[in-house]
Design a binder for this molecule. Structure first.
Ligand SMILES: [Zn+2]
Length: 529
């Protein structure tokens, strides 16, 4: 979301210092891959929407899941005959829930503006079970992104699998403005030549002229590149979401352009006459008053738009969490993880500023928060209806802006989908199988991750509390409850292990590494807290 601002900041420092790469993975970071690992007696949530089932034994050989076998009944001793054998390593899964590794469809790798090293971002993701990230833009540059993608693929760094999408404002593209159909095609060819997975369409505005946008999308589809967009206000009067989807756009981020597709009594949002897009109080304040200008839920236009987008196999990646400060600034600002896990440089980046992106707290009032709460209600109903009528909704975080912290905000995204009306199993399906499908569909290949099943890549989340009963147990800070046998409050949960590509990481240790980085940064800056 903060792309534009971030890009401006990047431009200011362009070619100054390259953002450092993540450090090489040390020998004591992660264990495996294993010749034959068996996780025994676990409860499985496989990612397809199937209910939890257990006890199961899960066999992993190298970086692939070899077998998933049901081995008995709850609360009944497991009989040994009929269980898979010959493990070279075993994990007692009797108190563990096993899920597929999570897919964050909107993960920026941080950078100069936030002062967030790659190691910090990658470890926060991994500690929260995120084993795959679609990088929607590659703000540190295409080459940086591809470099880290390749190292992650070889497990040379502690990081999720990375799928780079390139900004249409990418600075290493030297082919000039993308403002004609011919230029648009050339840009898509450039992204394909580079070996990236797709294009993140953000602007500038001339790109949203129908002839230019349709050429870009046509060429991208021919080249099997994915496409997604942040369809900002500066472009939406030329092409809204339904119009872009008809031209071949594969999916969208956030929600911009959707209410505009549902207008029946106007063609342009009801901007105040003194509105200025570069005044972010204007931009975000008025955005919170947008859904109510669209055709209402369950109206003919509402249903027809949903059905047409579904027919076009259009993916919606809402990133609900990134706007949450708009409806409750104090909640986002005082989140309990900031003290331990937010770098001072990132904290500074979040503070009110007329010139920093997403820091629009100049005159943020009760009225603004109420408008946003109402805005969310309609938006969430759209997402729930989209899912119920057969559409695919995925999970993306967009962290590093607006008080949202990498990893933690991803779990918050899962909670917000539940608030939108998704059953927790539907939430997990969005976070796993559907994310994998959305990444692989444009390539014309079937995903082999995102589901716990034989033959698939060994990307797993292991947690010692039931995440279906309570998504909060997935937060790195765990869940605060009262232990009724001791009578005292305690924290439980937090992901225990995360496996990526057959390598097993202690999630709490990854989080500890992050805590040390934050402490060191504070000491360096002479802060005590
Ligand atoms: Zn973003």
């Amino acid at each position: 979301m903060k792309k534009l601002l971030a890009l401006l900041l990047f431009a200011a420092t362009a070619f100054a210092e390259q953002v450092p790469y993540a450090p090489d993975r040390r020998a004591d970071e992660g264990e495996g891959p294993f010749q034959r690992l068996i996780i025994r007696g676990a409860t499985l949530v496989d990612g397809t929407g199937a209910p939890p089932v257990g006890p199961v034994d899960i066999v992993i050989e190298g970086n692939r899941i070899r077998e998933v076998r049901s081995v008995g009944f709850p609360k009944v001793p497991i009989r040994n005959e009929g269980r898979p054998k010959d493990a070279t390593r075993e994990i007692d899964g009797s108190s563990l829930w096993v899920l597929p590794g999570f897919v964050d469809m909107h993960g920026h790798s941080g950078g100069d503006a936030q002062g967030t090293p790659a190691e910090y971002v990658f470890k926060l993701w991994m500690a929260h079970g995120v084993t795959t990230v679609r990088e929607p833009g590659c703000g540190n540059g295409t080459d940086w992104c591809l470099h880290e993608r390749d190292r992650s693929a070889k497990n040379q760094i502690v990081a999720p699998r990375l799928f780079p999408y390139i900004f249409t404002s990418e600075r290493s593209w030297d082919g000039g403005a993308i403002d004609t159909p011919d230029q648009a095609r050339k840009f898509a060819q450039y992204v394909s030549r580079k070996g990236a997975d797709g294009i993140k369409i953000l602007g500038p505005a001339p790109l949203f002229a129908p002839d230019v946008l349709s050429a870009l999308l046509d060429e991208a589809n021919k080249l099997h590149l994915g496409t997604t967009t942040h369809l900002a206000q500066l472009g939406v009067a030329q092409s809204n979401i339904i119009q872009a989807a008809r031209m071949g756009l594969r999916g969208m981020e956030h929600w911009y352009g959707l209410p505009e597709s549902l207008f029946t009594d106007r063609t342009i949002q009801n901007y105040p006459h003194d509105y200025n897009y570069n005044d972010e109080q204007n931009r975000f304040g008025e955005a919170g008053r947008l859904w109510k200008q669209a055709a209402p839920p369950e109206s003919e236009k509402w249903n027809a738009t949903i059905d047409e987008l579904i027919k076009l196999h259009f993916n919606i990646d809402p990133t609900l969490n990134i706007y949450e400060a708009s409806r409750d600034l104090m909640r986002a600002m005082r989140a309990e993880w900031h003290d331990r896990y937010t770098l001072p440089s990132l904290w500074r980046f979040y503070q009110p500023s007329r010139s920093a992106h997403g820091s629009y707290w100049f005159n943020w009032t009760t009225g603004d928060e109420v408008e946003w709460k109402n805005n969310y209600r309609i938006w969430m109903q759209f997402l729930s209806d989209y899912k119920n009528r057969g559409g695919r909704v995925t999970t993306g975080s967009d962290s590093g802006f607006i008080f949202q912290l990498y990893g933690f905000a991803y779990i918050r995204e899962l909670e917000l989908l539940q608030e939108a009306g998704f059953h927790p199993l539907e939430v997990i399906r969005s976070a796993t199988m559907w994310g994998a499908d959305a990444i692989m569909a444009p390539k014309g290949t079937k995903a082999d991750f995102g589901v716990v099943k034989s033959g698939y890549l060994a990307d797993l989340v292991l947690v010692d509390q039931n995440p279906i009963a309570n998504l909060k147990v997935l937060y790195g800070t765990g869940w605060l409850h009262v232990n009724d046998s001791t009578g005292s409050a305690e924290r439980i949960g937090g992901i225990k292990y995360v496996m990526k590509d057959g390598i097993l990481y202690d999630a709490k240790r990854l989080l500890h590494d992050v805590e040390v980085m934050v402490q060191d940064a504070k000491v360096k800056e002479g802060k005590t807290k």
